[in-house]
Write a protein that binds this ligand. Structure first.
Ligand code: FES
Length: 114
C-alpha cells in the first residue's frame, strides 16, 4: 500500500538554528504549530493544506526568526522569504498559502519581494 498523499498548497520552513532560536524561533514554532492546528490549516487536518517544517539555517542569521515558504502559483514556483517573523505574520503567511492569496509584503525579502 503506498503512502497516503495529503493535498499540499505550500510549505513553510521555520529556521530552528541557534541565532534564530536566540530570537524566539523555538517559541514561534510551537505557537505557530498550535495556531495552524486550531485553524485547521495543517495538511493533516480535514480541509487543511499547509506543511510546516523546522529548518536548519536559512542564511539570514542576524535577521531572525527567519521563515521561508514555497508554493506553486500560476504554474511557477513562488518563494516567500521573511525576516523578524512574529506569530501574527507567520499565521498570515500560512493563511495566504492555504487560501491561494497573495503573500504578505511586510518583512519580506528576496527574489519575489513585492
Ligand atoms: S540561524 Fe536562522 S537563518 Fe541562520
Amino acid at each position: 500500500m503506498p503512502a497516503r498523499y495529503f493535498r499540499t498548497a505550500g510549505h513553510l520552513l521555520v529556521c530552528q538554528n541557534g541565532n534564530c532560536r536566540a530570537r524566539g524561533a523555538d517559541l514561534l514554532m510551537l505557537a505557530l504549530t498550535r495556531a495552524m492546528e486550531n485553524e485547521k490549516l495543517m495538511y493533516y487536518k480535514a480541509g487543511g493544506s499547509v506543511r510546516l517544517t523546522s529548518s536548519g539555517c536559512l542564511g539570514a542569521c542576524s535577521h531572525g526568526p527567519v521563515v521561508a515558504c514555497y508554493r506553486e502559483r500560476g504554474g511557477a514556483l513562488e518563494q516567500g522569504w521573511y525576516e523578524g517573523v512574529t506569530l501574527p505574520l507567520a499565521l498570515e503567511i500560512a493563511r495566504a498559502v492555504h487560501e491561494g492569496a497573495d503573500l504578505p509584503g511586510r518583512q519580506r525579502y528576496g527574489p519575489d519581494e513585492d
